[in-house]
Design a protein around this ligand. Sequence first.
Ligand SMILES: [Ca+2]
Ligand SMILES: [Ca+2]
Ligand SMILES: [Ca+2]
Ligand SMILES: [Ca+2]
Length: 253
Amino acid sequence: MKSTKSLVTAIAPALLVAMFVPLAIAKSDSVLFISTPPLIDGLATDAAWEGEDWHDMTSLMWGTSPEPNDFSGRYKLRWNDSALYLLAEIQDDHLSDTYANPLERYWDDDCLEIFIDADASGGDHLNNYNAFAYHLALDNQVIDIGPNEAGEAVPQRYNDHVMNKWQREALEPHKVYWEAAVRVFDDSYQHGKDNLPVILKEGMTLGFMLAYCDADGGDREHFLGSHEITPVNGDKNLGYKDASVFGKIVLTK
Ligand SMILES: [Ca+2]
Ligand SMILES: [Ca+2]
Ligand SMILES: [Ca+2]
Ligand SMILES: [Ca+2]
């Protein structure tokens, strides 16, 4: 009897671990559904963010490689029918907003850049709405280039597409937790008109990539992202114009 009891004692923790395995072994391209969305407040304490399914941001796309305390980052994704939810954990030694005008050189201020292609079509998206490259600025405004109401491709605000907020932790090393709720728009989007976001469903595949522009008092120094990009003529800074370099994510339940 004694040996049986020890066996049970030994197995119980393993069973507990097994209960949480689905989160831990979720495929790297799959995004978990949540019934209760996180509160977008820059605090990572929501039940929606439970699990250790972090994705790294280690692919250098432009500039020099930073030391980890200069920049390092990782993120998690979740979804429900109305939005894609993002939690980024960022370490950055200097938060920098040099250009006060949100539409001027926004890539040369610190920003979190979310790349979304609603139908994972890939292809050019610089002057159209085939895909978006949302630059989330430190003032929480959301900037990308796209056709305005007159059809001219210009930098514009898409603040109603991505609700987002960040906070630094009080404890060292003062990581930033940046939360975002991204409403997904497809290529039928028309700026300044009434647009309905895509209703997200299980099994959908989206183009996705995440990156961080790290400026530390001057212009951008480091630009690291979630997906390795094959250079074209030595250039890996392609996400802002070519959705073919995004990764793919699958919405799962
Ligand atoms: Ca939160
Ligand atoms: Ca930095
Ligand atoms: Ca597309
Ligand atoms: Ca910085």
